[in-house]
Structure formats: C-alpha cells, structure tokens
Design a protein. Structure first.
Length: 367
C-alpha cells in the first residue's frame, strides 16, 4: 500500500515537472513584446489626432509605433515629457523614424516640457521609436498627438522609389509647374527634359527649404550650369540651352521642405532685316540687335537657294554687319544670330557656336 502511494506521489511529481518544463519552453519561444502605447503591443498603428502616452522607467526601454503615408508630407508630434523621479534623467534619449527597410531617416532627442517635433517624409511605411535614456537611471512619462499635412506633390515620391538617380529621373515637359518635397532620407530630385531647338530657358523657383542647389547638365556631358546656396524664397533664372536632352537636379544642402518650379522657353530669335544696301563692292545690312546675342553671321549668294557663290562673314554684337569683296551683280542676303559656349571635350575646352534660324532673304544689286 505504501509502495503504491509512493508511486502515485512520484507520478504526480513527474507530471508537475513536465508541466513546468512545458511552460518554460513556451516562455522561451514566445516573442518578447516591447513596451508600447497605452497597453497595446509593439507595432501599434498611429491614428492622426489621437492621443498616445507611456512611461519609461528603465534604460533602453522603448515604445514603438507604425504608420503609413500614402502621400509625401510633414508629420508633427505635439509632444510632452514629464519627470517620474527626482533622481532620474527626464529625457527621451532618442526619437527615431525608420523607413520600411529599417534605415533611420530622422532622429532627435526630447527634453522635459512641451515641444512640437516634426519631420518631412516621403510616402511609405514607417516606424516611430521612443527610447529611454541610457544613463544610470531614467524616468520619463510622455504623451503626444500626431498629425500629418500633405506636401501636395505633383507626383508623390515613395521612400522605396525615389527619383534620385539619372535612370529614375522624372520626365518633365517645359511649361509645366511642378510641386515637390525634399524630405529626410531624400536629398535630390532629378527631372529629364528635352530641348528641341537652341533656346532660352526661364526657370522660376519657389522654395521653403533653407538652402539648396540647382544643376543642369545635358546627356552629352559637355554643358553644365549651376546655381548654388539658394536660400528659401522665390528666385528667377535664365539659361541658354543648346538643342539636346537635359537633367535638372534640385539638391537640398540644408533643411528639408517643399519647393515648386515652373519653366518657359523661347527659341533664339531670328533676325529681322530692315534694309540691305550696296556700299561699293560691299553689302551692309541694317537690323534690330538683341543684347542676348553674342554676334551675327551674314551670308550672301548668287541664287535664292544659297548654292552658287556663297560667302559668309561673322561679327560681334556691335559695328557694321556686311559682306565685302563682291563683284558686280545680283546677290541674295540673309543673317542669323549666334551664341558661343566653352564646352569640355576630352579634358580640354573648345568654343562652340550655336545659331538661330536664318532671317528672310533680301535681294540687292551690287554696282
């Protein structure tokens, strides 16, 4: 009888031990849930306009929140930090914003009191981490209300698909207005534009970014134009662009925010000849000059198609424009303007001429 009781007792002990081991195993394999918003688990989703709070009582403890942005824009946290102990650091050591790849795109530290924490972000999925102080002791209670304001981008960028490289450049048509944002984790926007004729490009930039640069380069690599250290505000620029395909790059060098730009273009104007006259074996042309031009070329020939007896003469943007050394007879005359640009070719610079279209043809007789 005693032996049976002893066996039953041992059997009960084994059952208890098995239950305890099973419970321990479950605790080992279950994921540890880190502290989060008001009793929820790690990874709770933020709702704009809702209130969140927490208390951090030991170093390294952190709260984690997820949120998604369908559009690029500014996230603002109306934040408040209070002390929970006289002997603790009253501070949020880190407030990190991570994109969906896990990279930190923005980070700050929040001290005791009330403050607005804001960050400009691209569309995408993000995680907000609020981390306690890593000192010998910590104690901070916090509360915040999140809000979001769209940047109103013409084409919203995504954190995982940015137009930051030439191969990802956004197609752009001259005359269109673009509104965009340079955000945390996004320093550059690139646009690809085609210039069909030698033209002047007018670009108007309105920016709320502290400081940025603009560069314009053609695909041939021989034309580079730049504007640097542009402060916030409205700025107007005018560039001469030879025919070709260009990349326009906007790069923030200080701060983040929204910007917009619009362009217009004007083809190099053709010359309107007022009068041509024979001045003794020489033909002199009269026309209205354009101060944007660097010079003019006059061309004469014996036929309207400029195939026979063709001669060309180039001049700067002052003085007479004439053809000389001519024999007696009838001549046809036309003029075009030109611009020059020093371009880099094989590590050297050379001067290239870019011409407007020809003027209407005039006829004159040389005596």
């Amino acid at each position: 009888m005693k032996r049976r009781r002893r066996m039953m007792k041992n059997k009960s002990l084994w059952k208890g031990l098995i239950v305890m081991l099973a419970a321990a195993f479950v605790m080992l394999v279950m994921p540890v849930q880190k502290a989060s918003a008001a009793g929820t688990t790690e990874g709770s989703n933020l709702t704009w306009g809702s209130a969140y709070s927490g208390v951090i009582t030991y170093r390294g403890e952190y709260y984690s929140y997820n949120f998604s942005l369908k559009q690029s824009g500014r996230v603002t946290l109306a934040f408040n930090v209070d002390s929970v102990s006289e002997c603790a650091w009253t501070q949020i050591e880190e407030m990190n914003f991570l994109d969906e790849s896990g990279s930190v795109v923005g980070s700050t530290r929040v001290s005791e009191g009330k403050t607005n924490v804001w960050i400009d972000l691209l569309a995408g999925n993000y995680t907000l981490e609020i981390v306690g102080h890593w000192g010998t002791g910590t104690g901070a209670s916090f509360s915040f209300v999140p809000s979001f304001k769209s940047a109103g981008e013409t084409k919203s960028e995504h954190s995982m698909a940015k137009n930051n490289e030439l191969g990802m450049a956004t197609p752009y048509k001259i005359g269109n207005k673009i509104k965009a944002q340079l955000a945390c984790g996004d320093k550059v926007d690139i646009y690809k534009v085609k210039v069909s004729k030698n033209s002047y490009l007018n670009l108007t930039l309105s920016s709320k970014i502290k400081q940025m640069d603009i560069t314009i380069k053609n695909t041939a690599g021989d034309v580079t134009i730049g504007e640097y250290n542009i402060t916030d505000g409205t700025h107007k620029y005018k560039y001469f662009l030879p025919k070709g395909t260009y990349y326009i790059t906007f790069e923030r060098t200080s701060g983040t925010g929204i910007y917009s730009f619009k362009t217009s273009s004007k083809v190099m104007p053709t010359v309107k000849i007022k009068k041509v006259k024979d001045t003794g074996k020489r033909i002199t042309a009269t026309f209205k000059r354009n101060s944007d031009m660097q010079g003019y070329q006059i061309q004469v020939a014996r036929d309207k198609k400029f195939k026979k007896g063709k001669k060309s003469f180039s001049y700067g943007n002052s003085g007479d424009v004439s053809a000389y050394g001519l024999k007696k007879g009838t001549y046809y005359v036309r003029i075009r303007a030109y611009k020059t640009r020093n371009v880099r070719v094989n590590h050297n610079y050379e001067t290239r001429y870019y011409y407007s279209g020809w003027s209407t043809v005039k006829k004159v007789y040389v005596k």
